[in-house]
Design a protein around this ligand. Structure first.
Ligand SMILES: [Zn+2]
Length: 282
């Protein structure tokens, strides 16, 4: 059973659901959520209307072992499973229920490379989702994740965001930066507070934020055989058309097809897994 805590004002308003550690080793979300819970319990944060449910640690067994997952990637399988077998299938059933019972989802993640820049995934850029994105103090928004996987049979995309969208809820995924970067916890904490403000669950006015850079994902590249990335690429590095991005050990070279960005590069990707993504500015 997933541990959660709900604060209900008893006054009509939005019901926000905040998730942490969908991936067990992403400790930024849990740390920020525990701090917000403490601040609500000690009246440093005062709720005005609606309610908020926190799940600081969705994947508890993976969190305890400091690993991403136990049996499978929880953020690729958030859908109801009639006869759950794996640990994550059992979790997914509970998480689906929680998403269904709420109005708004904020899913907090962190990333595995030092220096990673925070950004927000907005897989379903509805007016409400884009307004929510604009309440978050990060500089980059990534669009188009579902589109690059549409028609793909070997990689399923049942994310928390997809589940929220399917239930006609508002919802985005925030990548707060590197797991061990202290500032990442502040970004996650601020995001929760800003979303509470945005939906009027707490009193106050959102500070105006600078405009964000919006990048549309155009494709993902699967590592097909043994090889390496040509540079120590970081997420959101700018690439130019024709630039060498990766080289297979048999000599085949992968080039950037156009000017844009390299996204979510994983130098340690297994063969058959996503190696890096490409995107262009909207
Ligand atoms: Zn994650």
């Amino acid at each position: 059973m997933i541990k959660k805590i709900t604060f209900d004002t008893g006054i009509q308003g939005k019901h926000l659901l905040v998730l942490g550690a969908i991936h067990g080793n992403e400790i930024v979300g849990p740390n920020a959520i525990f701090k917000v819970i403490d601040d609500i319990q000690t009246y440093k944060i005062n709720l005005k209307q609606g309610k908020v449910t926190f799940v600081p640690i969705c994947n508890f067994n993976a969190y305890k072992r400091d690993v991403r997952q136990i049996d499978e990637n929880l953020n690729r399988m958030i859908k109801y499973c009639e006869k759950p077998i794996t640990y994550e299938q059992k979790l997914a059933n509970e998480i689906c229920q929680l998403i269904k019972q709420s109005d708004v989802l904020l899913d907090l993640h962190s990333t595995h490379c030092e220096g990673d820049v925070p950004f927000v995934f907005c897989d379903y850029p509805t007016t409400d989702n884009l307004k929510m994105v604009n309440s978050l103090s990060v500089d980059y928004v990534l669009l188009g994740w579902p589109q690059i996987y549409s028609g793909c049979t070997d990689i399923a995309d049942y994310s928390t965001e997809k589940c929220a969208h399917d239930y006609q809820k508002i919802g985005v995924t925030l990548e707060c930066g590197y797991h061990k970067e202290p500032k990442a916890m502040n970004i996650a904490y601020e995001a929760i507070v800003n979303v509470l403000l945005h939906f009027g669950i707490i009193d106050g006015v959102l500070a105006s934020l600078p405009p964000k850079t919006t990048i549309r994902l155009t494709e993902y590249i699967v590592k097909k055989k043994s090889g390496y990335l040509c540079q120590n690429y970081k997420h959101l590095d700018v690439v130019q058309k024709g630039q060498k991005l990766a080289k297979y050990d048999d000599g085949e070279i992968l080039y950037a097809p156009k000017d844009g960005y390299i996204l979510l590069p994983n130098a340690d990707a297994d063969i058959g897994a996503e190696w890096y993504y490409l995107g262009v500015r909207e």
